[in-house]
Write a protein of this length. Structure first.
Length: 403
């Protein structure tokens, strides 16, 4: 994974952090209003956390040694603490986090927040700038991200205090965003992704150059549909790593929301602009010369088996969390996507385990015995694409109609 380097702070700091969707807050928005308050439990370090430990001084990196340099996937040491989701006593449209931290010698600490709504989780947001959710959320999850740019760097988080309240909502971005970007193959079997997953042979996941769409381990909260440009093969795969090239380039978002490179058109990765047009002097956010225009990395199984690619290629990527409607969680996979409601129909791709797939409607077809049920229900994911409901562990976001 690619990790950012930042200027070190040598004094203790307290920062007010707010989920950001607007460019700049008013004084009233920045102030912490009355609302539901709680603190993140920093002492609870478990299997879904990555490279962090809790000491009497606070939460800190377990290993602050940066990963070995390997272009384009290198940078600094990183650790993530993922707090359990909190169910709110009433829906809220704003979440504020006060982080009490001490950072020095190249260490950084920040809090990020996401909210649950009917269509699923919002993106993770860097807690800066001050803004509101586009619509009310009923659950909130917090994660603390620590980085170190040198082996002796320190970052100690002593407390994260949160407030959920309600302010006026703003319009959401256009749902169902799809862009054509250049895909490269990840490889790196045996290494660890940004969410703590150890890469295995023929793995099924993708990497995007922003943590805003990074799923916690063993979830598909952020899932993409990647298709060949002819549409002959597709795979639904969770986002489990950060890259290629950049770590703060959520290029699928509007410029008002996009973390960096706000002057680029929506849907154009910074690496593509650097490679094709010499944008930013042809370099990425770390100053490295961009050697290809990649906007998505594909794990080997997604690359070879899902899309049946033999070399890097342009693909059409749908960022499914920007859409709406019912979602089905693929509980066992990779699962074949077929052209009809039966195993005799042609396979047109795969749905990875944990992928959250949009279900348009369902039909009755061949009865299939799967890990979750025996059923003749088949879910239509998109025009001409079906999966057996026997392999879907859960459905959320609404009622699935009959086709």
């Amino acid at each position: 994974m690619i990790l950012p380097q930042r200027r070190a702070r040598t004094t203790a700091l307290t920062v007010i952090l707010v989920l950001a969707l607007l460019p700049s807050p008013s004084p009233a928005l920045a102030a912490a209003a009355d609302g539901e308050r709680w603190s993140a439990d920093l002492s609870r370090v478990d299997a879904d956390d990555v490279n962090v430990r809790h000491t009497r001084a606070g939460l800190r990196l377990a290993d602050s040694r940066p990963a070995p340099a390997r272009s384009p996937r290198s940078a600094v040491a990183e650790g993530i603490l993922l707090a359990p989701p909190r169910t709110l006593t009433r829906p809220a449209t704003r979440v504020s986090a006060t982080v009490v931290a001490r950072t020095a010698a190249g260490g950084t600490a920040e809090a990020q927040v996401r909210g649950w709504r009917a269509a699923g989780w919002t993106e993770w947001r860097d807690a800066t700038g001050g803004a509101v959710f586009d619509r009310p959320v009923t659950r909130v999850q917090t994660r603390v991200v620590l980085t170190a740019s040198r082996p002796n760097a320190t970052a100690e988080v002593r407390a994260v205090r949160l407030t959920a309240d309600t302010v006026a909502a703003v319009s959401a971005a256009t749902p169902g965003l799809t862009y054509r970007v250049y895909a490269t193959r990840i490889g790196l079997v045996g290494e660890v992704t940004a969410n703590g997953h150890t890469i295995v042979a023929r793995d099924h996941f993708v990497a995007l150059p922003s943590r805003r769409g990074l799923s916690p381990a063993n979830t598909g909260d952020y899932t993409v549909r990647v298709c060949t440009t002819t549409g002959s093969r597709c795979e639904y795969a969770p986002v489990w790593d950060v890259g290629p090239w950049n770590t703060r380039d959520d290029y699928w978002n509007l410029s008002a929301v996009r973390e960096n490179w706000k002057d680029l058109p929506q849907g154009r990765p910074q690496a593509q602009a650097a490679y094709q047009s010499g944008y930013n002097g042809g370099r990425d956010q770390f100053g490295r010369v961009v050697l290809n225009p990649a906007g998505v990395d594909l794990a080997d199984g997604t690359f070879w088996d899902g899309l049946q690619l033999t070399t890097n290629a342009w693909v059409d990527v749908a960022y499914l969390w920007t859409g709406s409607g019912p979602r089905g969680v693929v509980g066992d996979g990779p699962l074949n996507i077929r052209t009809g409601a039966g195993t005799g129909y042609a396979v047109r791709g795969l749905a990875a385990r944990y992928a959250n797939v949009p279900i348009q409607c369902y039909v009755t077809g061949q009865t299939v015995a799967g890990p979750y049920r025996t059923t003749n229900r088949w879910n239509r994911l998109a025009s001409g694409q079906y999966v057996s409901h026997a392999y879907v562990s859960a459905v959320y976001g609404g009622t699935v109609p009959l086709c």
